[in-house]
Structures are given as C-alpha cells and as structure tokens.
Design a protein around this ligand. Structure first.
Ligand SMILES: *Cc1c(COP(=O)(O)O)cnc(C)c1O
Length: 396
C-alpha cells in the first residue's frame, strides 16, 4: 500500500456485512435484497462493497451502464439493474453484459426487442411505475397496462421485474408511501387481469426496510444508504435495524503554530484570534469533497478531543484550534469522520452543520481520497486514483 498519509477513507467491510445481516433480520423470509451500489457505492467503492454484500443479495442496482459494466468486469455474476433511463445507443452494451434496463415506454421496449432479436438473445428488463416521484416511469393506469400487454408480446425481451420508488418513506408519516404502494399494487392487478405476472416486484428502499413497511413482503427490496451504515433520515426507527457506519475519513496534522491575538485565519479573515491561539493545519479541503460550508462550523478529532475549524475551508487545507489539546503534535492522526477514543463525528453531524445532505457528502468524497478496505481487522485492499489513465492524448 502506498503511504496514504495526507488523507484517506477507511471502509469497514465487516460493518457492511453486519448491516446486511441486520436488514435481512427485519425482512420476511421470502424477500430478497437488491444491493444499490450506484455512484461508486455511494462513494465507498462499488466493487468491494458488491463483493461483500454478494452473499446477501439477489442482485445489484446501479445508475448507469458504465457502473454496471465495471461490476461485470470485476466478476459480479448476479442480476444488475440500471435504475435510470438508458439511451438506446447503449442497449448493445446492456445485452452484451446482461444488464437489465429500466423500461417504461413502448418505444424503449421495441428498440430493445429489435436489438435482442438481431443478436439472437433474450433481454430482460424491469418496468418503472411512477406512483409519486414524477421522475421516471409509466402512469399506473389502464392505458399503461395496455402498453405493457403490447410490450409483453414483443419477441426477444422478458419483463423480469417492476418497481416504483417512494418519495417520502423516510418521513414519520407513512401516508404517502402507503398511497404509492396502493397505486403500485393496483397497477399490478391491472396487469394480472391482462394475464401478465411480474416475477420480481420491488418497492422498498432503505427507509422501507428499516421501518418494516408492507412493501417488504414483495419479492425484493432495494437497500441503498443502509448498506453503508447510515439511516435515510432522522425520522426513521433506529431501534429495530442496527446499522454501523462503514466509512471513516482520516488525515494528519501537517503544521502547528501559535498565533497572536488579532491574527486572521484563512481566506477573508473571517476568523480573528481573540487570544494566543495554537492552530493546526489539516491538509484536506473542498477539493477532496470536504465541504466548504463547514467553515468555522465543523470540527475534527485529535487525540480523542474536538478541535473546531477556524475560518474558511480552502481547496486543499483548513485550520483548527488545538489550544485546548496541548499534547497535539504535527503528524498526529486527525479524524474528520468517525471515531477517536470516546468521541465521534458522524456524516449526519457534518451534513447538519454545513446545511448539506448526508447522502451527498459521502458521494462527493473526491478522487484524491484513497479508499482503504478493512476486513477482519486488517487491510483487505485499497483503491486510489493516483495512476489516472488518459486516452487519446499525445505529448506535443
Ligand atoms: C437510490 C435508489 C434506491 C436506494 O435508496 P436509499 O434511500 O439509498 O435506500 C432505491 N431505489 C431507487 C429507484 C433509487 O434510485
């Protein structure tokens, strides 16, 4: 392993496995799970996460064809579903890698059918039903049911699944999720009356899983944020499914000095020392995905104690107050997210302080942050981007 001393994120794969077991324990025995590993596994690294959750899932979900191909190239053999819209120009790649597109118009189904027939294969697809997101999917009405009947008669394709997505399942009031499920089930009945049985029905997201919604009794549920040990919101039940955050973000103090009263710190001089202040520089910034909105708001852990951020977070560095941590030294470990001693900084806390969103914060952790995978108390592997590969450029 390269010496990742500036900044690195650890991803505890044992926590990921524990989270899967916890969720499985809150599902009816016949229900399977889909592991959602879009956006490179919510910033954790899709491949190691997929390998870890593989024993617990029936398949995987991603956002783009490219994300699906990366999984296949790393040996993922189970079902892979693309949750968004795939451009027909990429249907060939889907077929080659046996990745399921989400389909909801006759035109999409016809294009897929034509290509599958030309290739002499059967392409599987999942239908998306719009029951309340107004994002993608067909309306759950009789006209759509007729359209699905037409789709079902096309050669070379097979309707493997059908899903909808809850807009508000993470809220305390489950009325909206209940109404969406009712619309979905009603649509499913319309299909049944036309002789169409959908093998894999799925609606629940992480919120549905941890809250034990009735949609957990369908064939599959889609676990996303919960895989990574975060709850979808502050309003969901944390007592039934116990999740452990998988990621920690670590750095080292690069420099320490004491500044005189009246000395400004960082861009804009938004913080001015009111007393002799011992400040430590941390070599991490918004260029790594550490939010600038944490300027003068967030804190880090050093030697198990909190050190508040002073002034603005820069692209690659920021300063913290270590006046009250006299034992702090240059090269000390710094915890930006995670535990140190009895203290803990959660992703949720940072999102709240910076006015951000916890899903976004982990997705946005940058390319400059190597991921270090821990398993059984040791380093099982790493992922970094230090050997960026470019194609098509020539030196002048
Ligand atoms: C992202 C996504 C999920 C997972 O949502 P979480 O809240 O992370 O569990 C499930 N289904 C669809 C369609 C999604 O886009």
């Amino acid at each position: 392993m390269r010496p990742y001393n500036r900044v690195y994120a650890t991803v505890n794969l044992d926590a990921v496995a524990d989270n899967m077991k916890e969720m499985a324990g809150n599902l009816p025995s016949g229900t399977g799970m889909i592991g959602v590993v879009k956006a490179d596994g919510y910033g954790h690294g899709a491949v190691p996460v997929a390998m870890t959750v593989d024993p617990y899932v029936r398949g995987f979900a991603v956002a783009t064809v490219e994300e699906g191909v990366i999984l296949r190239r790393h040996g993922v053999g189970k079902m892979i579903l693309i949750l968004g819209v795939t451009h027909p120009d990429q249907y060939g790649e889907l077929i080659r890698y046996q990745i399921r597109p989400t389909v909801f118009t006759l035109r999409q189904a016809e294009r897929l059918s034509e290509l599958a027939c030309r290739e002499g294969v059967r392409a599987k697809l999942h239908l998306a039903v719009d029951t309340g997101m107004s994002r993608i999917g067909m309306e759950p009405d009789e006209a759509s049911a007729d359209m699905v009947l037409s789709m079902s008669r096309l050669p070379g394709i097979e309707i493997e699944g059908m899903f909808t997505h809850f807009a508000r399942a993470d809220e305390r009031d489950k009325e909206s999720a209940r109404a969406q499920l009712a619309a979905y089930l009603n649509f499913s009945e319309m299909l049944k009356r036309r002789g169409i049985e959908i093998p894999l029905k799925h609606c629940s997201n992480s919120a549905g899983i941890v809250e034990g919604l009735p949609s957990n009794s369908l064939d599959l549920v889609r676990a996303g944020i919960s895989i990574y040990g975060l709850y979808p919101s502050d309003e969901v039940d944390r007592e039934t499914v116990h999740l452990t955050p998988a990621m920690e973000l670590k750095s080292r103090i690069s420099y320490i000095k004491t500044i005189r009263p009246g000395t400004p710190v960082s861009y804009g001089g938004t913080f001015v020392a009111g007393r002799p202040t011992r400040i430590a520089t941390i070599p991490v910034g918004y260029g790594d995905g550490y939010p600038r909105s944490l300027s003068s708001r967030g804190s880090v852990l050093i030697r198990g104690r909190r050190a508040p951020i002073l002034g603005r977070v820069c692209m690659d560095q920021f300063m913290v107050d270590v006046t009250d941590i006299p034992e702090a030294e240059e090269e000390d470990e710094v915890t930006l997210i995670g535990r140190d001693g009895g203290e803990q900084i959660s992703v949720e806390e940072l999102a709240r302080l910076g006015g951000g969103f916890h899903y976004e914060l982990i997705c946005d952790l940058g390319k400059r942050v190597p991921r270090v995978y821990l398993q059984g108390g040791r380093i099982a592997g790493t992922k970094d981007y230090f050997q960026d590969v470019y194609e098509g450029f020539r030196r002048p």
